[in-house]
Design a protein around this ligand. Structure first.
Ligand SMILES: Cc1ncc(COP(=O)(O)O)c(C=O)c1O
Length: 437
């Protein structure tokens, strides 16, 4: 039986909360007033006792599921010992760095920790500017890097009229094959959109550029998986200009795509990486990692006003949560699970493009998949926003919680749970097909 949301207790709790808390937090969280009380593994429960399969892992944060027993254990060991004393080394942080170096490319050997993604992106740009003595950046049109001044400038910025001008960034076309910016087809296009980057960088008047920042798979931009060779060629073009390469893996990192870092799928070597949505299983810890010569360059790598420091970065509780997360992830082979289930999703979703009038494209890797809805397969007219709202509501009423257009459950979901969730999504797509767009 569908849940008929919201339940009474959720409704009451929501009204109490709204008196005090800002609206505009999240379109989906606000469209059905739910109060969430507890989570365990791939499920969470609302205040009325309804259970949901979490197909978005928090917001790609609950990588090991909700309240994984080993992460709890690591946090419980730490809670009575020490919560925070600013930047002093702690055994947990040292062990965390050791573990990270075992799994990251060998040149990525120096770390700074933060609590949010935007803050980490800002720090990455400061580190690269320190090294290059240049402050202009290139990024990709469909990237999302956050909401602070530099991070929002790196993405497509829609709110300049309200928030004021962004900083100068050279935006390069994302190799988005389903909607090719040049209306060409891969591979006969010869990666023309990437070749264009050379001219755009040359003509931008931005030189010297400090770095290129890009998401190996654009997440918020619609799960855009680039065609083979695209990142290799782009990196070659940027290296010719001595630009550094920053892989923003805030969303794709820590096992999400079936490799520890998504960049491993694409055969390029970044100088700097940002990651961490899944690093603390929901506990706020993010990481900036990079070549030692970059991260320790003046002023970023030195004590003082321009340094890397922040109040809470790398605090002992965050480090304990991250250590617990990585230990659980490796002990339980969650990254391999993500890779294997990614192929099950591919096999299940690919036929939907033929089968359903409204499904224009499906794409993804590991446990990060996107579904693009259209009103017409030939014109590729995007489906109006209410299409996903409808799917979101129907899924929720049937016990599955989504981020619209994405499938990104915890990395320890089982095949049976995954297919249960996909059954619900498929049924909601079938219901949508029956309505006029
Ligand atoms: C790739 C990427 N970078 C940066 C950010 C910003 O992170 P935060 O929302 O923690 O500031 C996000 C958030 O979704 C992201 O997906």
């Amino acid at each position: 039986m569908p849940y008929n949301l919201p339940g009474k207790r959720s409704q009451e709790g929501w009204e109490a909360d709204l008196k005090y808390v800002v609206t505009g937090r999240s379109s989906v969280a606000e469209s059905v007033p739910l109060v969430i009380e507890r989570g365990e593994g791939v499920y969470f429960w609302d205040a009325d006792g309804n259970r949901y399969l979490d197909f978005s892992a928090g917001i790609l944060t609950a990588s090991t599921g909700h309240c994984h027993p080993h992460v709890i254990k690591r946090l419980q060991e730490q809670v009575p010992l020490l919560w925070h004393v600013y930047a002093f080394p702690t055994p947990q942080r040292a062990r965390l760095c050791e573990m990270l170096t075992e799994h990251l490319p060998p040149q990525i050997d120096t770390f700074c920790f933060y609590t949010g993604g935007s803050e980490t992106i800002e720090a990455a740009t400061r580190a690269c500017s320190s090294y290059r003595k240049a402050y202009l950046f290139a990024s990709m049109t469909h990237g999302y890097h956050g909401r602070t001044l530099i991070s929002r400038s790196l993405g497509p910025s829609l709110l300049n009229k309200v928030y004021g001008p962004t900083v100068n960034v050279c935006h390069l076309p994302y190799p988005y094959c389903y909607r090719c910016p040049l209306k060409l087809q891969y591979p006969s296009c010869g990666l023309a959109c990437i070749e264009l980057a050379d001219d755009l960088l040359q003509g931008s008047g931005h030189e010297p550029l400090a770095a290129l920042i890009f998401e190996p798979i654009a997440g918020a931009g619609g799960v855009l998986v680039p065609p083979p060779g695209a990142w290799q060629r782009l990196v070659e073009i940027c290296r010719k200009r001595e630009m550094l390469i920053i892989a923003d893996e805030v969303l794709t990192g820590v096992g999400r795509t079936g490799k520890f870092m998504a960049i491993e799928h694409f055969g390029v070597q970044p100088d700097v990486m940002t990651f961490g949505k899944g690093l603390g299983s929901g506990f706020p810890i993010m990481c900036l990692a990079g070549r030692r010569d970059i991260i320790s360059s003046y002023p970023f790598g030195e004590v003082g006003e321009g340094g890397a420091s922040t109040s809470y970065g790398g605090n002992p509780l965050g480090a304990a949560a991250a250590l617990g997360t990585l230990e659980a992830m490796f002990a339980e082979h969650m990254i391999e699970n993500a890779a294997r289930l990614g192929e099950e999703i591919r096999a299940r979703l690919t036929p939907w493009v033929e089968k359903y009038r409204v499904v224009g494209d499906v794409r993804g890797l590991g446990l990060l998949w996107g579904i693009e809805l259209v009103t017409d397969k030939t014109s590729k007219e995007p489906y109006p926003a209410w299409g996903w709202e409808q799917i979101y509501h129907d899924c929720l009423n049937n016990g599955v919680r989504l981020v619209p257009n994405r499938i990104c459950p915890p990395l320890n979901i089982t095949s049976a749970q995954l297919h249960q969730g996909l059954d619900v999504i498929e049924a909601t797509i079938q219901a949508l097909e029956k309505k006029p767009a």
